[in-house]
Design a protein around this ligand. Structure first.
Ligand code: FE2
Length: 154
């Protein structure tokens, strides 16, 4: 492996590790959401915020690293033809961030939201499923661009 390939390999490995970390947080939230609203809505919303806010902070950071050269830039350098795919992924970042902000506002009871926690649960579930497919698409991109082996479990 030459120096350039080594750097590419490290970028790809790091991105894949990040995806594993995000997935672990996702699982935790999913388990919480699937139990339904237990106890009072206010208490539930506050527990949900405790889980969702750190996850969302991590996700925001993760997206910005990807876009600022974490892997999207190197992928584009290696495979310029992947540009439309990368644009689509960036657009999905924007959409997921919008959903996340909305979820947090609603959990905090911002605006005239009357506290329909089932609607919030649906939005979180939607976000998690978009994210799961999104990360799979990114993993495929990494494999295509850097010709790396994902190994088991991905
Ligand atoms: Fe990602």
């Amino acid at each position: 492996m030459n120096a350039g390939e080594k750097i590419e390999h490290e970028i790809a490995q790091h991105a894949l590790e990040e995806h594993r970390a995000v997935r672990a947080q996702q699982k935790q939230i999913l388990a919480f959401i699937e139990k339904g609203v237990v106890g009072s809505e206010t208490e539930w919303a506050s527990r949900c915020l405790d889980l969702f806010v750190p996850f969302f902070d991590h996700l925001r950071e993760h997206f910005s690293v990807e876009e600022s050269g974490g892997f999207m830039k190197p992928v584009l350098e290696v495979r310029p033809t992947l540009h439309p795919k990368i644009e689509k992924l960036k657009q999905e970042h924007v959409e997921m961030l919008n959903t996340g902000h909305l979820v947090i506002d609603r959990l905090r009871g911002v605006g005239d939201f009357k506290g329909n926690m089932d609607e919030v649960r649906e939005r979180i579930l939607g976000l998690l499923s978009v994210l799961a497919e999104h990360e799979r698409a990114e993993n495929r991109l990494l494999v295509t661009a850097f010709d790396i082996d994902l190994g088991p479990g991905d």
